[in-house]
Design a protein around this ligand. Structure first.
Ligand code: NAP
Length: 244
């Protein structure tokens, strides 16, 4: 497929590399402009473009930018064909994104994102740590293959997103519509806990909406205080323990 990825950081560049390796044609964009990511794009097998170019002539757009920055994309999809699939990888962290009243009040994050850009999105790859995404993908059928939840209201768009998740080395679990997508937001048992498909489904069901923001804040405080002293496996273990 022809795919535009906006955001060339930890997640966007990793997705570009993996999706290019599985045969997709990737355009990669950031905020500073194509010249600033020319070498990176070449390295991952993508073409560096502007964000305006990234949404033209593609079937899928992946948004992988800090949550609050979606407000800067409000005009981007104005002239883009209606059938385009938009995938949102973002998570809301108040320390980074500021206080966004609607989201603090409980609006699912990906609904808020869709409202900013004027298009419904599919939520995928938000609940996997960057290191998990880059290092822990496995071929289909491998034992212990980690699963990623995918939420969305348009079933065709969600099916496409699930196929792309599988192409990046993970099982894809249908986590329902966007109204339910709080179940894979930070502070829930499904968020960055490296579960298999059989484990992820009950984890999504057991999520407690009222506890998630408190869990998120407790974990981020802990991780920031630890600096680089926490190993990746410790982070996953703490995510599991605090959200259980
Ligand atoms: N890191 C993780 O472990 C992880 C895991 C799952 C999901 N996520 C979520 O995925 C998203 C991306 O995370 P990340 O860690 O990849 O971030 P990151 O490394 O900080 O990269 C952010 C990218 O977004 C670009 N960007 C920022 N504002 C933009 C705008 N207005 N237009 C176009 N591009 C813009 C930046 O480009 P410039 O450098 O040119 O500004 C940069 O390439 C976040 O919402 C994050 O919460 C992260």
């Amino acid at each position: 497929m022809k795919i535009g990825i906006i955001g060339a950081g930890n997640i966007g560049a990793t997705l570009a590399r993996k999706l290019a390796a599985s045969g997709h044609e990737i355009k990669l964009a950031n905020s500073k402009g194509p010249d600033s990511i020319r070498d990176l794009a070449r390295d991952v097998g993508a073409t560096a473009v502007s964000k305006e170019n990234a949404v033209q002539g593609v079937e899928v757009v992946v948004l992988s930018i800090p949550f609050a920055k979606h407000s800067e994309l409000s005009n981007l999809f104005k002239d883009v064909h209606a059938g385009i699939v938009v995938i949102d990888t973002s998570n809301y962290y108040p320390f980074r994104d500021g206080a966004i009243a609607e989201v603090v009040g409980g609006k699912p994050e990906s609904i808020w994102v869709g409202e900013r850009i004027g298009r419904p999105v599919v939520k995928a790859w938000n609940a996997v740590l960057a290191a998990t995404l880059s290092e822990k993908g496995r071929p289909a059928g491998a034992s212990g293959r980690i699963a990623i939840p995918v939420a969305g209201d348009d079933l065709k768009a969600k099916a496409i997103a699930m196929e792309l998740v599988k192409a990046t080395g993970f099982d894809a679990v249908d986590s329902g519509g966007l109204a339910e997508s709080w179940r894979q937001q930070p502070g829930t048992p499904a968020y960055c806990t490296e579960l298999t498909a059989n484990e992820l489904e009950p984890a999504l069901q057991s999520a407690d909406r009222s506890r998630a923001p408190g869990n998120r804040e407790a974990l981020i405080r802990e991780f920031m205080a630890a600096g680089d002293k926490l190993a990746h496996d410790d982070i996953v273990a703490r995510n599991r323990a605090v959200t259980a």
